[in-house]
Design a protein around this ligand. Structure first.
Ligand code: ACM
Ligand code: ZN
Length: 239
């Protein structure tokens, strides 16, 4: 989710470099939230029309993609290009931390909820992710998203990254969906790793290396069949 910009040729070089070392890069295109950088350039895909400024620090912002048809066309065009550049089986579509504030006050969103028989904005988020999943599946790929994609109903072939603890991952494995465990308690490398007064600025938290190494991504309370759905762990280093 780095906001660096790369040319297509640079991306091809990075993918090849990783591949030569048996590493698969899974790109993440964040939606419907955490996308103010995109909305700053394309405010027409928001609920209010903007204007917006690219974030200069971390945070969860109320302005998110508005699920209008034009927004899906925009995102599908981006995903098509991403899929062309990245050969990974999975494409990460984000899905985390999407406030519903704008959707509650937006006529487009409220009309979409009526026409699709959605009972609340969580179901609208689920509609958003499932519609994107159908598109990604139509290109022969699968989606992976943060554990919020469980809310309002998991898209049929989606894999889940469990970041708000391991509960989301456990729920997904029990529903026979693949899971990457990445709980903020153990896997967030933007936390302090020592005494904050001796360290450069971090997001917060305290996650020393001993705690990280002691993390077991396969919860003991899963059956062996369910445990097969745990793909492994991921560490997150947000910039
Ligand atoms: C996340 O840290 N918002 C996935
Ligand atoms: Zn809207």
């Amino acid at each position: 989710v780095s906001q660096s910009r790369y040319t297509r040729e640079e991306i091809k070089e990075i993918v090849a470099y990783a591949s030569a070392r048996h590493i698969t890069i899974v790109p993440e295109i964040e939606m419907p939230g955490h996308a103010v950088a995109a909305l700053a350039a394309y405010p027409e895909y928001s609920c209010t029309g903007g204007s917006f400024e690219v974030g200069k620090t971390w945070g969860v912002l109320d302005d998110v993609f508005c699920p209008k048809d034009e927004t899906f066309t925009f995102l599908e065009n981006i995903l098509t290009e991403v899929i062309t550049l990245f050969p990974s089986e999975y494409i990460h579509i984000g899905g985390d931390e999407c406030p519903k504030t704008r959707w509650k006050a937006c006529p487009h969103c409220q009309n979409r909820m009526k026409s699709e028989n959605l009972k609340d904005e969580h179901e609208l988020q689920s509609y958003f992710i499932q519609r994107i999943e159908r598109f990604v599946n139509s290109k022969g790929r699968k989606i992976i998203g943060w554990d919020e994609i469980l809310e309002g109903g998991l898209a049929p072939n989606a894999a889940v990254m469990s970041w708000r603890g391991t509960e989301g991952g456990i729920a997904a494995a029990k529903q026979k969906h693949f899971v990457v465990m990445t709980p903020s308690s153990h896997c967030y490398f933007d936390h302090y790793q020592g005494n904050p007064k001796n360290e450069p600025i971090a997001f917060g938290g305290y996650t020393p290396v001993e705690k990280v190494y002691n993390f077991n991504p396969t919860p003991k309370n899963l059956t062996s069949e369910e445990a097969n759905y745990i793909l492994g762990a991921q560490a997150n280093l947000w910039t």
